[in-house]
Write a protein that binds this ligand. Structure first.
Ligand code: RIB
Length: 291
């Protein structure tokens, strides 16, 4: 069993469904409201665990009611929470999600996720040293991402950097990561002023651009390749990117070559969108392999 260590956010998702998004100053009627576990880091840890990896989470919760529920959900999904400590007098991270017109829009409030500091990661470095692969995202402070990249390099553990939400990163971090997995928008922010083709060519077999239902694109050293996605009956796309990243990391850690790992990731992501909630549709290993 491979070990996937995830450094990132753990949050509660507050999800409203409606026919449309309200305009500024407008009040509209919604259809439903639900509270479900989320956070890009936690989602990736849960997805990796369901796919058969030993998943270890490095993150922080608040000392509020959500904190306990988030921890319980991670444990229920087989994720190690040894390195998920509560922050005193602090709210847990929350994501305020509107599902309307076939897509989501999200306001993320960091809360305790802001306390995933370099010093905190330093305390948890044993979980990085023992990992086969590490996953990290952008819902924690930028200096922590930089620090984690340094530790991964020191221990020679491959790092998958999922640069979501979009923000620029120092070149040293880009160089230290084994894989970068932006979507099209994040890619434009990351490689400002550069064409997609030039960015891909600069990072062969390392930069993977996710393009939703069109699949995933990378440059293999001689040509640009697109690994197509699988058709799905979409209910909720929240968490599809997290499922993709986790499945890709698990497959790479298991020794699959990049094309095969991307096919596995696309299959997992296509199943994840068929149910409500970021983690609701995340598939098990058997479900992905049976597809
Ligand atoms: O990637 C999806 C996640 O990002 C949601 O679960 C939500 O927490 C958001 O921040």
């Amino acid at each position: 069993m491979v070990q996937v260590t995830v450094i990132g956010s753990v949050s509660m998702d507050l999800v409203v469904t409606a026919d449309k998004r309200p305009l500024a100053g407008e009040t509209i009627l919604g259809h439903s409201f639900e509270t479900v576990p989320g956070g890009k880091g936690a989602n990736q840890a849960v997805a990796a665990s369901r796919l058969g990896a030993k998943a270890v989470m490095i993150g922080r919760v608040g000392d509020d009611v959500y904190g306990g529920a988030i921890l319980e959900n991670l444990r229920k999904n087989g994720v190690s929470t040894q390195y998920v400590e509560p922050v005193t007098d602090c709210a847990s991270g929350t994501a305020h999600i509107t599902l309307a017109e076939g897509d989501n829009s999200i306001i993320f409030v960091k809360g305790a996720n802001d306390f995933v500091t370099p010093a905190y990661v330093e305390k948890a470095k044993e979980a990085i040293r023992t990992a086969d692969i590490v996953l990290i995202q952008h819902e924690i402070p930028p200096e922590t991402v930089e620090y984690a990249a340094t530790i991964c390099e020191k221990y020679d553990v491959p790092l998958v950097l999922n640069p979501a939400p979009a923000r620029q990163i120092p070149k040293e971090v880009t160089e230290k990561a084994a894989f970068l997995t932006p979507n099209e928008h994040e890619c434009k922010v990351l490689f400002e002023g550069m064409s997609r083709t030039d960015a891909l060519k600069r990072y062969p077999n390392k930069l993977i651009i996710t393009e939703g239902e069109n699949g995933a694109r990378y440059f293999d050293g001689s040509e640009e390749k697109v690994v197509p996605s699988f058709p799905a009956e979409t209910v909720d796309t929240t968490g599809a990117g997290d499922t993709f990243n986790a499945a890709f990391a698990v497959a790479v850690a298991e020794g699959k070559e990049i094309g095969e790992a991307l096919r596995f990731a696309n299959r997992a992501a296509s199943l994840s969108v068929t149910k409500f909630g970021a983690q609701g549709g995340m598939p098990t290993r058997e479900e992905v392999e049976g597809q």
